[in-house]
Design a protein around this ligand. Sequence first.
Ligand code: SAM
Ligand code: SF4
Length: 324
Amino acid sequence: MLQDAFGRTFEYLRLSITEVCNFRCSYCLPDGYAKRLGPGFLRRDELRRVARAFAELGTWKIRITGGEPSVRKDFEAIIEDLAAVPGVRRLAATTNGYRLNARARAWHKAGLQAINVSIDSLRADVFQRITGHDRLDEVLAGVEACLEAGYEAVKVNAVLLRGVNDTDLDLFTDYVRERPVSVRFIELMRTGDNADYFARYHVPASVVSAALESAGWVRKTRAPGAGPALEYVHGDYAGSIGLIAPYARDFCKTCNRLRVSALGRLHLCLFAQSGMDLRPLLQSDDQIDELKAFLVDALQTKAASHFLLDGETGGNRRFADIGG
Ligand code: SAM
Ligand code: SF4
């Protein structure tokens, strides 16, 4: 089992497969993706070895992320590869949803069990303003396609933005009234590139929890091994509302996740100064034991918490590089 010096165990890997994205979310890639020279993103055989080493160390959940993971032509093949790794019991992906309506069924058949779709606003004009794309209806149709395809979990991620969507709670609760979807409000996080944006748009997730509690939503007790999200439920609603509040005290105490970037760097924290290069250890199946030993040792250097409250965002310039 992967365990750090503070007794936290890591059963969840966020694996980025590309930095490329076709959207221009205002908090992430406001100018769009610009190609960078350098080594290519992890190949299928390298991704398989990452998954195998983590799974042999007790990681059972892998989330494929990016950039936009579905821009990769071999995305479906990657799903098949990772789903076949012994020990991987939950394979999930996070997507902006642009290919979801057409591909949800095929991805599910390939082995994808859970999906998070980013939808920051249920108002088409606001969605377009944030993402640069007039595609809300298409993305919403994609969520319906996931529900029909039988995914075990369908979640919608919304980054909470002051004056943009922080007064839209009713639209989101209406959305989950009949749908078994979990909407997750993610507090905007500061990264190296977004200081001014953060100062203007950050709003604490406590505004949502206060509004939910006054409308009769009840906080579910955290299951053992659950990550840092807080989950609210209500008897009249099929879905739920979750909050991810990284600025809240004790957020890091329940950290259960590690990240590998599309360039093969291990990030012990989203806000660590830098990643550790795994790529030289991903070139042959014979290196698995060496890779596992590296991971076990690396974990001993994981810090107790991030330093976001001191304004320290580490080396993370934007989430598209590491996968969020
Ligand atoms: N392209 C996919 C998508 O948007 O769902 C996957 C990658 S994206 C980097 C993963 C998640 O990070 C998305 O839900 C996105 O909204 C979130 N995100 C990006 N930048 C963020 C920031 N500065 N603060 C909070 N969440 C952020
Ligand atoms: Fe692309 Fe996702 Fe970043 Fe939006 S949040 S720009 S969809 S990587």
